[in-house]
Write a protein that binds this ligand. Structure first.
Ligand code: SAH
Ligand code: SF4
Length: 349
């Protein structure tokens, strides 16, 4: 059967042509084909990571943003967003709590907020680095200059998450206002790699105007860029954005793409995202069973959780960090996997 041959080809480490990827993606709603694809992807993740799932403590430290991405609830034109910033002390308190819960990676994520000057971020990073020498520090604060990225790296940051969002320039222009470009986004990604970060790129599945061809562009870009991490999750509309009435991305397509990415980059760190858990009650478990190996529970203070609303109906906005982690732990145990206390670095194999 053609589809199984294509999946076997990916499984063996061969690359697929555009036409072959196209054929495969066209079949994402076919239950039998997806089941075979997920099984192969799962085999690969078990070979590399066993039943271990890495966890990252996500600290959403500011929801101010100077950008205006059409899809995001934090965009500056959303005047209804209730804005907040965490102080250095509040961020360090999140780390202390996270450390006690077994987190060995902290992810500092936020909108592009000019309030946090380079020196402030570097200072926060270097304090975390001093207090927790055994932890990885990941930043996800958008597009900055080469020098800023370098300063953060020298202060002790190890990893950086910057989704490319879409690898097609026309599509990029339909998701962002003029002033933001794919070219700049990609330049940042290459800077980050050059500096020595473990870098994560990624995109939203089912983003408005996305086509199968654009998804192939994404997969080919990921193959070329060779990131250490790939963050993908469904697009979910936010009611106060220009895309309020666009449909959300589907579970089937997200799982299908997770599995293809696992086969294309066997050792990559691949989160089962909160967005995936938001569109389906078992979304994250199904993501793991399709080849994902990372989860990123929220360890931000509960008081600000509901304010970091990239999209509607986001899960885990009510629970304390320990409750959040415990429920994930049970979910993973129910499918035979376990959360591990580890930095969970990318391994060059
Ligand atoms: N400001 C930083 C980090 C925060 S946004 C940045 O943009 O890189 C983190 C990610 O959330 C974005 O990369 C985007 O892919 C995702 N996101 C934003 N709005 C979303 C939505 N409506 N649905 C799903 N994911 C969304
Ligand atoms: Fe800002 Fe990131 Fe949202 Fe764009 S996706 S508006 S940069 S927080």
């Amino acid at each position: 059967m053609i589809m199984k041959n294509l999946i076997d080809k990916l499984f063996r480490g061969d690359t697929l042509s555009r036409d072959e990827l196209s054929l495969l993606i066209e079949n994402h709603q076919n239950k039998e084909i997806s089941a075979y694809l997920f099984e192969k992807a799962r085999q690969v993740s078990l070979r590399y990571f066993d039943h271990n799932i890495y966890m990252r403590g996500l600290i959403e430290f500011t929801n101010y943003c100077k950008n205006d991405c059409y899809y995001c609830g934090l965009r500056k034109s959303n005047k209804l967003a209730d804005r907040y910033r965490l102080s250095k002390k509040e961020i360090l308190d999140c780390c202390a709590l996270g450390y006690d819960l077994g987190f060995r990676t902290f992810v500092l994520q936020g909108g592009e907020d000019g309030y946090y000057k380079d020196r402030m971020i570097a200072d926060i990073v270097s304090t975390i680095r001093t207090n927790y020498p055994d932890c990885a520090i990941t930043l996800s604060v958008g597009e900055r200059s080469f020098d800023s990225y370098k300063m953060f790296f020298e202060a002790g940051a190890d990893r950086y998450l910057l989704r490319h969002e879409t690898a097609n320039a026309d599509h990029y222009a339909r998701l962002h206002p003029p002033g933001l470009s794919l070219r700049n986004r990609k330049e940042c990604l290459y800077y980050l790699k050059e500096i020595g970060y473990q870098v994560g790129c990624g995109f939203m599945v089912g983003a408005p105007f996305q086509t199968k061809d654009y998804l192939i562009d994404d997969l080919l870009f990921i193959k070329e860029f060779q990131p250490h991490m790939v963050g993908i999750g469904p697009f979910i509309p936010h009611h106060d954005t220009p895309f309020a009435h666009k449909p959300a991305g589907t579970l089937e397509l997200t799982l299908f793409l997770l599995a293809i990415i696992r086969l294309m980059l066997p050792g990559v760190l691949l989160p089962a995202t909160t967005a995936l858990g938001t569109i389906h009650p078992q979304g994250r478990e199904l993501g793991i069973l399709a080849g994902a190996n990372v989860v990123m529970p929220n360890i931000s203070p509960v008081g600000v959780r509901k304010k970091y609303l990239l999209y509607d109906h986001k899960i885990c906005t009510e629970e304390e960090a320990d409750a959040c982690k415990n429920s994930l732990q049970h979910r993973l145990e129910s499918i035979g996997y376990k959360l591990v206390v580890s930095r969970g670095d990318y391994k060059f194999i």
